[in-house]
Write a protein that binds this ligand. Structure first.
Ligand code: HEC
Ligand SMILES: [Cu+2]
Length: 335
């Protein structure tokens, strides 16, 4: 039966459905083969020696002076083994960097999806505004970047067919970048024990041909993009009262902040990445921007993870060009 066959394949050779899956498999199988050969060698010698030198067998048992305390023999087997392990280390490290910290390629259209893990489900929000629970629809061939966080305990985002796994932590953003290369429905698991219904925290990543994905987008009720919703929240939570252009409060201008270095009151300089922006809102006194009073209130218990991700999408979308059509520009123009 086809279904059974799928199951069997899933156990031994899961689909290789992302651009990194092939490289992970090559490393894995090379290690299996090398370790397998060593096992065969060790067990063959074990068997040969135990038969040859068994009790009562008449063989020469005097230690060979040539082999005993032979420095070159010691060096000869230690160094190649060390070199072998270093090769695996280098190979694994390079692959790790490739998966978890890929260099940004210029002009690449990366699809940013927000992911929230909570007991016991996965919540997704697409850049178009579409929300999903436990299902994540993606177009084949386009690189995706997930920004992941947890609303409660530690979870882990694991898609075996993509050979990717990333911890999902409360109060922290982690990211995961991959390119699906095969259409189909792939299992998504939580790979970190997270309480009673941990085993039920499963979903599917549905990878579709670009045209079909486009049609799927059209069919769904889009709502607003996270950045758009974030803009509204920015006013709703009173951020604009201090950070708006018309504000009289001495608060930093947030336009173009994302990705830039920020000098802090403490003398350090940090990069305004997602984590920094998050901490600025949740724990404003931890890292105070240089030259500003430490008066921003903490929004720790007021803003949900969802809203925070939207605020972040909004802040990320603010560049000099957005200043021109920003509504607060008109406020400053007014006499
Ligand atoms: C009472 C005024 C006030 C309110 C309300 C306020 N902020 Fe701030 N914010 C500040 C001040 C002052 C600073 C600079 C001192 C610091 O870093 O804590 C700041 C710093 C920041 C920074 C870091 C900026 C930098 O240049 O490093 C971010 C990001 C930020 N605020 C976002 C927000 C968001 C989002 C909201 C709404 C949820 C908000 N703020 C609400 C006054 C405010
Ligand atoms: Cu979980």
């Amino acid at each position: 039966m086809a279904a059974d066959q799928d199951r069997w394949q899933l156990l031994l050779f899961p689909d290789a459905a992302s651009s990194v899956a092939g490289s992970v498999d090559t490393l894995f199988w090379t290690m299996v083969v090398v370790c397998g050969l060593i096992v065969v060698l060790v067990f063959t010698l074990l068997l040969v020696f135990s038969v040859r030198y068994r009790a009562g067998a008449r063989v020469d048992r005097t230690p060979s002076p040539k082999l005993f305390n032979n420095r070159w023999l010691e060096i000869g087997w230690t160094l190649p083994v060390l070199a072998g392990f270093l090769v695996f280390f280098g190979w694994g490290a390079a692959l790790y960097v490739d998966i978890f910290d890929p260099p940004a390629r210029d002009g690449e259209d990366v699809r940013q999806v927000n992911v929230i893990g909570k007991q016991w489900m996965w919540k997704f929000q697409h850049p178009e505004g579409i929300r999903e629970i436990n299902d994540l629809h993606l177009p084949v061939g386009q690189t995706v970047e997930l920004r992941l966080t947890s609303q409660d305990v530690i979870h882990s985002f694991f898609v075996p067919a993509f050979r990717i796994k990333q911890d999902v932590l409360p109060q922290r953003y982690t990211r995961l970048r991959f390119t699906p290369v095969k259409t189909g429905r792939f299992d998504l698991f939580c790979a970190e024990y997270c309480g009673l219904s941990h085993s039920g925290m499963v979903g599917k990543v549905v990878v579709m041909a670009p045209e079909r994905f486009q049609a799927w987008l059209e069919r769904r009720d889009r709502g607003e993009s996270p950045a758009r919703e974030g803009e509204r929240l920015f006013r709703q939570y009173g951020c604009s009262g201090c950070h708006g252009a018309a504000s009289r409060v001495n608060a930093p201008d947030l336009v173009g902040l994302y990705g830039k270095p920020v000098p802090l009151e403490s003398g350090d300089t940090v990069t305004a990445d997602a984590q920094y922006l998050r901490d600025s809102v949740m724990f404003p006194s931890r890292q105070v921007a240089a030259g500003y009073p430490d008066i921003m209130p903490s929004f720790k218990d007021q803003i949900s993870e969802e809203d925070l991700l939207k605020l972040l999408a909004y802040l990320q979308s603010l560049d000099e060009s957005s200043r021109a059509d920003a509504p607060r520009q008109q406020e400053t123009d007014a006499p």
